[in-house]
Design a protein around this ligand. Structure first.
Ligand code: GDP
Length: 179
């Protein structure tokens, strides 16, 4: 598959405050905000969705990534079905220092089954905030869960940048290999 000039749509999902916006900011702009404020949904707006575009060269292919962030909608535990439309890759994020965000993954996967009916969407599980000392979810637990649910898996820190570039690269490589 020739990736030159192709656009790939990715979405970020997962519980509130796990670091979705921070991962996007880190990856797309190389920065980190220690006190990132949740984006407030404007009344009459587009439902609180934000996105960034980032060009990436993977395996010699130039790929334009359009990465969508929920921008706070997930507080209501469900996302607008249009958010999932036409997506080729899904980044499902939890916080390794908050067990509840890990046990909540099943409900996100259930929602995916309902709204993302395309079988060839590539899904990646990301355990974020590995720089923090108070870990509640071990790496092997994340790995085991990902294996069981056929998800790619990686741990990251949006703060230190650890794993962030690698996560998006792996996901895009897999998407380019997927028919
Ligand atoms: P979202 O609601 O999932 O988009 O989460 P945010 O990106 O708004 O992050 C919530 C809070 O966690 C913010 O205060 C971030 O600065 C912080 N945060 C996000 N990622 C990391 C990380 O990798 N390490 C640390 N220590 N804090 C993080």
């Amino acid at each position: 598959m020739d990736g030159a000039g192709i656009t790939v749509k990715l979405i970020l999902i997962g519980d509130s405050a796990v670091g979705k916006s921070s991962l996007l900011l880190r990856f797309a702009e190389g920065s980190f905000e220690p006190s990132l404020k949740p984006t407030i949904c404007e009344p009459g707006g587009d439902g609180g969705v934000d996105f960034k575009v980032k060009k990436m060269v993977v395996d010699g292919h130039t790929v334009q990534l359009a990465i969508w962030d929920t921008a706070g909608q997930e507080r209501f535990r469900t996302l607008n079905p249009s958010y999932y439309r036409g997506t080729q890759g899904i980044v499902l994020v939890y916080d390794v220092t908050r067990k509840d965000t890990f046990t909540g993954l099943d409900s996100w996967l259930n929602e995916l089954e309902i709204y993302n009916t395309k079988s060839n969407t590539v899904k990646m599980l990301v355990g974020n905030k590995t720089d923090k000392p108070d870990r509640e979810v071990e790496r092997r637990e994340g790995l085991q869960f990902a294996k069981k649910r056929s998800l790619l898996f990686i741990e990251t820190s949006a703060k230190t940048e650890d794993g962030v570039q690698h996560a998006f690269e792996e996901l895009v490589i897999k998407i380019l290999q997927t028919p």
